[in-house]
Design a protein around this ligand. Structure first.
Ligand code: 4NP
Length: 157
């Protein structure tokens, strides 16, 4: 299988997409498939910053360290460098489309569209809520990550 290159995208790259990145790294490792993974934000608010402490805490609860991740903004080159660009909500999808240079190779989709039965559902923004929002985010991005692993295994190239 060729190494799949996957980019998870949210607004700030400090709450949802770092958790999606961590969940997918784990799911891929458990499945024994090699992947190249990153995450980015459509906004530049948190470039160079570590993930939100609530995301760091939720990942730690799952046994994963993400405090070394650093925020970056989505760039045009990402559309050519990645096989999948996966946004979290409809607003992300609109922002991603605005940046799309049109000559990219990446398949662009909303993460939960990959999960059978959850098509069209968004991974909601937990930024303004409490810790349970981040638990919910974890369970959603984990479902998306596992579904993506299944897609990659089925693709079998
Ligand atoms: P994220 O959450 O897109 O999941 O990283 C947010 C992070 C920061 C902001 C909004 C959402 N913000 O407005 O700074």
């Amino acid at each position: 299988m060729t190494t799949a290159r996957v980019l998870f995208v949210c607004l700030g790259n400090i709450c949802r997409s770092p958790l999606a990145e961590a969940a997918f790294r784990r799911a891929a490792e458990e499945a024994g498939i090699e992947v190249h993974v990153d995450s980015a934000g459509t906004a530049d608010y948190h470039v160079g910053q570590p993930p939100d402490p609530r995301s760091v805490a939720e990942a730690r609860r799952q046994g994963i360290a993400i405090d070394h991740y650093r925020g970056r903004q989505l760039v045009e080159e990402d559309f050519r460098r990645f096989d999948f660009i996966l946004g979290m909500d409809r607003s992300n999808m609109a922002n991603i489309a605005r940046r799309d240079p049109g000559d990219g190779t990446a398949r662009v989709a909303m993460l939960l569209d990959l999960v059978p039965g959850q098509e069209g559902r968004e991974v909601g923004d937990p930024y303004y809520g409490g810790a349970d929002g981040f638990r919910q985010t974890w369970s959603e991005v984990e479902a998306g990550a596992k579904a993506l692993v299944a897609v990659l295994i089925d693709r079998n190239d």
